[in-house]
Ligand binder design. Structure first.
Ligand SMILES: [Zn+2]
Length: 254
């Protein structure tokens, strides 16, 4: 590769990293505004070097996150760059171990949504796919039995093991983890994961639950265009928060 090509390719990588940081900040602001991710919780994104990712600092308000606040780390939790003196969240290891275990995952959200979590607090409280978009979780929504903060490597590895090949999970009496192929995917899937839990809660309040059947899911899946759907929700929520002045107009978000 010539020196000029090398500079160009480095410029492209830096542009991609900058875009991912803006997307993580925007996704966090949206999930916070939707009441899904509160005063705790975090979104991460894998960077072009697949052994590295970005995540927000531990105490930065989720309602006021900016791309330049984000910390760049490797999967062994070494800080590579970020604002001076800032520390990553205590549960960063869950992001690192899921990204390590699952090369297909490029973004992870962890949040503590109480109504969704209430399904882990009752006997026979399995969260099931009940709304059409919940076909994303047709291969299961595992529940991690240990409600502790995921603060140590062995705990992160255990969480990744519980997730297995699934796309979302609950941590009993604690919160949720939603994973996706991109930050846009994690936004849409987090919204639908909570919608599905609310729908199940409401349905069970009025009668006996009738979850989606395999035939229902096959039928919905046949016509579903995931890429288009992810773009649609991203544009909808980004547009709303731009209008509200929460996402700055000058953040180019892809
Ligand atoms: Zn947590």
């Amino acid at each position: 590769m010539s020196a000029a090509e090398d500079t160009r390719s480095n410029d492209n990588i830096q542009a991609e990293i900058a875009l991912l940081k803006r997307q993580v900040a925007a996704c966090t602001l949206i999930l916070n505004n939707e009441g899904i991710l509160g005063y705790s919780g975090h979104v991460s994104a894998r960077l072009p070097d697949p052994n590295t990712f970005v995540i927000q600092p531990i105490d930065t308000p989720r309602s006021d996150l900016k791309p330049e606040d984000l910390i760049t780390m490797d999967l062994d939790l070494n800080i590579l760059s970020g604002p001076k003196g800032e520390k990553p969240p205590a549960e960063t290891v869950l992001h690192a171990e899921i990204l390590r275990a699952r090369p297909d995952i490029n973004s992870v959200a962890h949040f503590h949504h109480d109504l969704t979590n209430s399904f882990t607090l009752i006997e026979e409280g399995d969260l099931r796919p009940v709304k059409n978009h919940a076909i994303r979780w047709r291969n299961g929504i595992p529940v991690h039995p240990d409600p502790s903060h995921v603060a140590h490597k062995y705990q992160g590895e255990a969480v990744a093991k519980t997730l297995g090949e699934c796309h979302a999970m609950q941590i009993r009496a604690h919160g949720q983890i939603v994973t996706g192929e991109s930050v846009l995917a994690v936004l849409t899937d987090s919204v639908h994961f909570v919608e599905n839990a609310v729908a199940q809660y409401n349905a069970q309040a009025i009668g006996t639950l009738k979850p989606l059947s395999e035939a229902d899911m096959d039928s919905f899946d046949k016509e579903f265009k995931r890429g288009r759907h992810l773009d649609k929700l991203w544009r909808y929520y980004v547009g709303n928060l731009r209008k509200a002045g929460i996402i700055p107009q000058n953040w180019e978000l892809g």
